[in-house]
Write a protein that binds this ligand. Structure first.
Ligand code: UDP
Length: 355
């Protein structure tokens, strides 16, 4: 990037958000993070906080006046704040739905009011149960009943996308939407259901790896650095405005094979333990057999290519799980006083809430 800008990153203390913040600071930009620290952690900003161009504000995207103030003060908004993770969404469907619709509405409306460029992050959950092979941005959404939490989450994110696209078409908002497929890397918590940090953690502890159903369902896992590289390319590209892009990896692997690869790479003695979806997530849970992204649109516009293999992804996840086991960092319970972060304006509360 040739010009430095002031970025607002909502959800910037989260997994993907904090890696994006590191990259933006490395490119010479100034960054304000808005995060309510429900799933985000100040530990994720340990590297970023050494940079004087970082400011942190603890708060929610549901706080419309706060969102308005922070959007007004920035040049570009990256909206990542959301309730994420299948486990969290199943456990807190209403809270997730409100955060993911009303919160995003606040951010998009503020960006519209102040005529700011905005990148809105969405999810491959948009495609629902469509397991028909590589999914492009126009592939069908195949959803079950909205009373199933997973599909209400998918619907909430679809509402976000619709707002971003219609505000662009009808009111000139400079918006881009991205749909993250399974993204993995350092700092990803194992607490909200994501399979690789869970398997890595189980393997380094010698615990059984909990494979859901028969483990034949498949996914493609992208290293978070490659996801962030895609975001930077799209933020720079004028033709990304008004468009939706998939971001994900091409290599497909079954969950059972993934479990075996994690055990082998970790040199672990763990066994596999099969759990039914009902046992894992409660009655009525639905999964998709396959989820494979078609990223031709992103590659054609920006030349993006993932640089990390699944082996790199697993090596990082296992190293992260080992660091957690040694107590190098607390992956579950936030412990760093947020006063250590350079804040902008008053901060609500002085200590981090535990989870
Ligand atoms: N999964 C699993 N064991 C776990 C966590 C997840 O077998 O401990 C499965 C899950 O049911 C799904 C796949 O791994 O089929 C990917 O799950 P994740 O929540 O990481 O991502 P998503 O379902 O959103 O693709």
């Amino acid at each position: 990037m040739d010009r430095s800008s002031n970025y607002l990153v909502t959800g910037g203390a989260g997994f993907i958000g904090s890696h994006l913040v590191d990259a933006l600071l490395a490119h010479g930009h100034s960054v304000v993070v808005l995060d309510d620290l429900t799933t985000g952690r100040t530990e994720n900003l340990a590297k970023a906080q050494q940079n004087p161009r970082l400011r942190f504000r603890r708060g929610s995207v549901l706080d419309a006046p706060l969102v308005d103030e922070l959007v007004r003060e920035c040049d570009v908004v990256v909206h990542l704040a959301a309730a994420v993770g299948v486990k969290l969404i199943v456990e807190q469907p209403l809270k997730s739905f409100i955060t993911n619709t009303k919160g995003t509405e606040n951010v998009i409306e503020a960006a519209q009011r102040h005529e700011r460029r905005i990148l809105v992050t969405s999810t491959s959950e948009i495609y629902g149960k469509n397991s028909s092979g590589p999914l492009n941005e126009n592939s069908d959404r195949v959803l079950g009943s909205p009373s199933v939490a997973r599909w209400s989450y998918s619907t909430a994110k679809a509402v976000d996308e619709i707002m971003a696209v219609l505000y662009h078409r009808e009111r000139g908002l400079r918006s881009t939407v991205v749909r993250f497929f399974n993204t993995v890397g350092p700092r990803q918590s194992s607490a909200y259901g994501m399979v690789i940090p869970r398997f890595a953690r189980q393997a380094v502890r010698g615990e059984p790896l909990t494979v859901h159903a028969d483990g034949r369902q498949s996914r493609c896992f992208l290293h978070v650095s490659d996801a962030v590289a895609a975001l930077l390319l799209l933020l720079e590209h004028p033709d990304a405005v008004g468009e939706i892009f998939n971001i994900g990896a091409a290599d497909e692997i079954s969950i059972r094979e993934l479990a075996e690869r994690v055990i082998a790479r970790a040199g672990s003695v763990s066994a596999l333990e099969h759990l039914s979806y009902d046992e894992a997530y409660g009655p009525g849970f639905e999964d998709m057999e396959r989820r494979v992204p078609d990223t031709a649109k992103l590659r054609a516009l920006t030349g993006w290519q993932p640089r990390h293999t699944l082996a790199d992804v697993l090596a990082d996840a296992i190293a992260d799980a080992r660091a957690e086991l040694r107590g190098d960092r607390s992956a579950q319970v936030p412990s760093t006083p947020e006063q250590r972060l350079p804040t902008c304006g008053p901060v609500a509360g002085t200590a981090l809430a535990g989870r």
